[in-house]
Design a protein around this ligand. Structure first.
Ligand code: FAD
Length: 391
């Protein structure tokens, strides 16, 4: 049976249906029993627990967003809370789903033809196929709307892709990677489903990360990679279509960042009750209570914001600036929260064994991916003022 989280102080989970709460509990059980016990070990090794993928996807974790795969009709608030639940235990595992379900299935759901959706969404949801999403490049990160160097040239019924990608999550083991490239003919950004076994495609793991160490990010090179027209996403005609995918995934990252803050906060509360200094638990010191209350304030405000952004998605009123504001705001609150939680633990706050150190380090990646704080501020700023200040 579903228990509201202590870190969900206002009981936002009561907004969910009975069926949604049950599904959330299934995900929570998997995260607690299968992922939590090994999360630190894989983080430290810099490896992803691939053996868990099939079991994880059997919880339906990647099925909910699209009618082709959803086990029941569900709300965007529920899907956000699912991302929060995963990140509350392990942000690397949550990021795996964020790529598989959010970025890859999201791209195919938003920009694929019905045939492409029917072919790929069920395979991705079950884990028969794993995917990656290749937008960022070595020379183009924040400016990928205009700065992509990777090109696609049409030759008969085929496209020839050349270029490089950087930071691509899951790409060391993915079966397919979505590659965004500029069409040499019209200069517009198009999307392609590239099987990673295609000649000319190589992916190399990025080593020595200090954040989301279990996520396998890769540098990709594409040398005369040939894909059939059938694998071009039929409704991805310009970067505007890429942005439609990012609008959805940014809101999910905002939810995930709340989970990271919750994980750190819960760890700090537990520690504060156990650790004694000056003859009593540090939880009984006023300044520690202030830390914890601030953490809970950040978490609660962020959930309230994300609930509304998700409701707007279901109502059909969510715009880019709505999810950008949530992504920028919630990840900044997360960053404060993990720092306060870590601080409340003294030296043990930087040791993996107490878990909070992992959340503290992982927060940095969430803060920067899917649009940095500055990029999301500029999206909101453009909506406020009507002035485009990117360039
Ligand atoms: P840059 O764009 O070089 O930015 C550097 C700094 O300059 C930032 O602070 C930025 O905000 C600032 N800046 C840039 N332009 C302006 C401006 N006009 N005004 C003010 N400030 C500005 N990408 C994918 O395609 N697929 C993935 O799966 C993926 N996974 C990732 C996973 C991780 C762990 C990380 C770290 C990144 C991932 N990314 C992925 C890439 C991520 O989206 C980029 O890192 C991000 O968009 C920022 O780009 P950049 O790192 O090139 O930084």
């Amino acid at each position: 049976t579903f228990e509201p989280l202590t870190s969900d102080f206002y009981g936002f989970s009561s907004l969910l249906s009975e069926q949604e709460r049950e599904a959330l509990q299934t995900i929570r059980d998997f995260m607690e029993h299968e992922v939590r016990p090994i999360a630190n070990e894989y983080w430290e090794k810099g490896e992803f627990p691939l053996h868990l993928v099939k079991g994880f996807l059997a919880t339906d974790a990647a099925r909910f967003a699209w009618p082709e795969t959803a086990p029941f009709e569900n709300s965007a608030v529920f899907r956000g809370m699912a991302a929060m639940e995963m990140s509350r235990v392990d942000a690397s595992t949550a990021t795996f789903i964020g790529v598989q379900e959010g970025l890859v299935m999201g791209t195919i759901g938003v920009t694929g033809s019905q045939e492409q959706r029917d072919e790929w969404l069920p395979k991705l949801a079950s884990g028969e196929v794993t995917g990656a999403f290749g937008l960022t490049e070595p020379l183009s990160g924040s400016d990928s709307a205009r700065g992509l160097r990777t090109t696609a040239r049409r030759e008969g019924d085929e496209w020839v892709i050349n270029g490089a990608k950087r930071w691509i999550g899951n790409a060391t083991f993915s079966d397919i990677t979505i590659i965004w490239a500029k069409d040499e003919a019209d200069g517009q950004v198009k999307g392609f489903i590239v099987p990673t076994s295609t000649p000319g495609y190589t992916a190399t793991k990025i080593e020595r990360k200090i954040s989301l160490r279990a996520v396998q990010n890769a540098d990709i090179t594409l040398e005369n990679v040939r894909v059939p027209e059938l694998l071009r996403l039929q409704n991805a005609n310009s970067f505007r279509d890429t942005a439609r995918v990012l609008r959805l995934t940014r809101a999910q990252v905002a939810w995930s960042s709340i989970g990271v803050a919750m994980g750190a906060y819960e760890g700090a509360v537990k520690y504060a009750k156990e650790r004694e200094q000056f003859g009593k638990p540090i939880a009984s010191h006023q300044l520690i209570q202030d830390h914890l209350a601030r953490c809970l304030g950040n978490i609660t405000a962020s959930i309230a914001m994300c609930v509304r952004v998700s409701q707007m998605l279901d109502e059909g009123t969510q715009r880019d600036e709505h999810s950008a504001l949530a992504k920028g705001f919630c990840t900044a609150r997360m960053r404060e929260t993990v720092a306060w939680a870590r601080e409340a633990m003294g030296g043990n706050g930087i040791v993996l064994d107490y878990e909070v150190a992992r959340f503290f380090a992982d927060a940095e990646a969430l803060y920067s991916y899917e649009g940095t704080h500055e990029m999301n501020a500029l999206i909101v700023g453009r909506a406020i003022t009507g002035v485009n200040a990117f360039v």
